[in-house]
Design a protein around this ligand. Structure first.
Ligand code: NAD
Length: 512
């Protein structure tokens, strides 16, 4: 147990074989088989999880409906108190959960800890929010009338999450949904189900200690078929789904067909514009972390660099030299910069993308390859690569979830902004410049079309205080900070007549 994984699993309550269906504290047996989770770090089996079947799914939903009828009556600040305790419970196991996330997903231990910190932060944010679910009051046009709006909980929130943020995405959704008075059913990625089992144990303990009913926070495990249970189920008023655009289109259509609500957080194709007025030190560091951090497996990873022709050669040579110093290896070993991809299928997609972009005319500046030999036994380690390419190439228009960085040149900033926007996705974007006019143009209505636009910060990594999400094929959803909570509630407009008459709106007369 070189990295203390066995110990972490024991602390987190993970066993060799786990049920994957749980309504809080009650774990169910199903008629389905087990899913095995292997670590991309060393290829070893972490643990097994039993898949959710239709029958146990039904039990989860019925229990969720029952729990909702109670939970929604608890005053919001008291719901916030429960979420505060979840945050504290996460603080107690931060290192263990961070380690498990790192081992199961392949991100560095530092990033695993960062992911858990993000969960803690969102708990704190949600606690404050629990006293700030404000509605507006309006002035009625009728005498003796009062008009206002209030926000009510909506019911069961279905959460479908991706492998790359195996626990934070759940907390972004569920901690806010819970203070809003909803109950949650989470279907984590089938590529990282053990981290989800650990989270379920953490929240279940808090709910148990507060004598709260089963069904407030439930877990179901499986692949897309179990995700489809949620998207097709009219008893789930909101499905929040994070993952690929392909998945989002399917979920969005299924939920839309029943006129439910979906909150979609899908793929990105994020670019940094490096202007001739950039601080190149900051620009190179931002681009480097954005492109190779988490082995290019963040929805906000930097995929394209659009560089002004006057600094192009310098940026190119500094990046190539920085790539030469990257140390690739086990993510739990803190000396390594780059860990593995999630599985061998992801490695195949990485190789395929490089092949295709080269066939389209791309020129490899830093050659990509799969690593083998000692320390790379899992077969999931690849070399981050840089390719000179054109924005219109088919592969450049695609999100490849791997450390491939496309380099391109520009003359004029308007042209650069046009290139940055000329992809189907619209998640994160950045400009590196010390020139105020350039920065403001980039942030203006004629600038970046993305949900996130930064100046002198890379594309990757966002703070929880802002609303997170993107436009176009990124799905349009917003999660986490600002007023994202409104997506988890229904708005009700109330008009109260305290006069002795019944005047009609718009001055309409209806006398008999
Ligand atoms: P994925 O689309 O393969 O899977 C995501 C989740 O959707 C999984 O839980 C999966 O089981 C489920 N799913 C797949 N098909 C489904 C269907 N038809 N119905 C219901 N559920 C279905 O994505 P992934 O490989 O796990 O994650 C990588 C992708 O996620 C990338 O595209 C990345 O950009 C995106 N992502 C986006 C954000 C964001 O906030 N915008 C955050 C993280 C990841």
């Amino acid at each position: 147990d070189k990295y203390g994984i066995g110990k972490a699993l024991a602390v987190l309550g993970v066993k060799a074989e786990n049920s994957g269906t749980c309504t809080g504290n009650s774990w169910m047996d199903t008629s389905e088989g087990y899913l095995s989770s292997f670590s991309p770090a060393d290829g070893d089996l972490i643990a097994k999880v039993q898949l959710t079947d239709k029958e146990s799914y039904e039990k989860v939903i019925l229990q969720g409906q029952k729990a909702f009828s109670e939970w929604r009556l608890l005053p919001a600040p008291q719901r916030g108190e429960i979420v505060r305790q979840v945050g504290n419970a996460l603080r107690e196991v931060k290192s263990e959960l961070g380690k498990l996330v790192s081992y199961e997903m392949g991100k560095s231990y530092q990033e695993g800890l960062g992911e858990v910190q993000e969960m803690i932060d969102i708990c704190d944010f949600a606690v404050g929010l629990s006293r700030q679910l404000y509605g507006l009051t309006m002035h009625s046009e009728r005498p003796g009338h009062r008009m206002y709006e209030q926000w009510h909980p909506i019911g069961i929130v279905g959460i479908i999450s991706a492998f790359n943020f195996p626990v934070a995405v759940w907390s972004w959704n569920s901690m806010i949904a819970l203070v809003c008075g909803n109950v949650c059913v989470w279907k984590p990625s089938e590529k990282a189900p053990i981290s989800a089992i650990a989270c379920q144990h953490i929240i279940a303990k808090v709910l148990r200690e507060n004598n709260l009913p089963e069904g407030i926070s439930s877990l179901i495990v499986g692949d897309y078929k179990v995700g489809e249970y949620l998207s097709h189920d009219a008893r789930i008023p909101l499905v929040s789904a994070t993952g690929s655009t392909r998945m989002g289109k399917l979920v969005g259509q299924a939920v839309g067909a029943r006129l439910g609500r979906s909150l979609l957080e899908l793929g990105g194709n994020n670019a940094i514009i490096i202007s001739e007025n950039a601080d190149l030190e900051i620009a190179i560091r931002g681009a480097l972390f954005g492109a190779v951090g988490t082995a290019g497996q963040r929805c906000t990873s930097t995929r394209r660099l659009i560089v002004h022709k006057s600094v192009y050669e310098e940026v190119k040579s500094r990046l190539v030299s920085a790539y030469g110093k990257l140390v690739i290896g086990n993510p739990l070993d803190e000396k390594n910069h780059v860990g593995p991809l999630i599985d061998e299928q992801a490695v195949e997609m990485y190789l395929e993308a490089i092949k295709k972009v080269k066939a389209e005319g791309g020129k490899e500046l830093v050659v990509g390859d799969v690593l083998s030999g000692e320390g790379y036994e899992s077969g999931c380690y690849v070399k981050p690569c840089i390719i000179e390419a054109e924005n219109h190439y088919e592969m450049v228009q695609h999100e490849t979830f791997a450390p491939i960085l496309y380099l391109m040149k520009y003359d004029d900033l308007k042209e650069a902004i046009k290139l940055q926007n000329a992809v189907p996705q619209g998640l994160s974007s950045a400009i590196m410049t010390l020139n105020m006019r350039e920065a403001e143009l980039f942030l203006s209505a004629a600038g970046s079309d993305c949900g996130i636009a930064n100046v002198n910060i890379g594309t990757s990594g966002a703070e929880i205080g802002g609303a997170f999400g993107g436009e176009k094929e990124t799905g349009g959803g917003r999660e986490s900070g600002s007023d994202s909570w409104k997506a988890y509630m229904r708005r009700q407009t109330n008009t109260i007549n305290y006069s002795n008459a019944l005047p009609l709106a718009q001055g309409i007369k209806f006398d008999i």
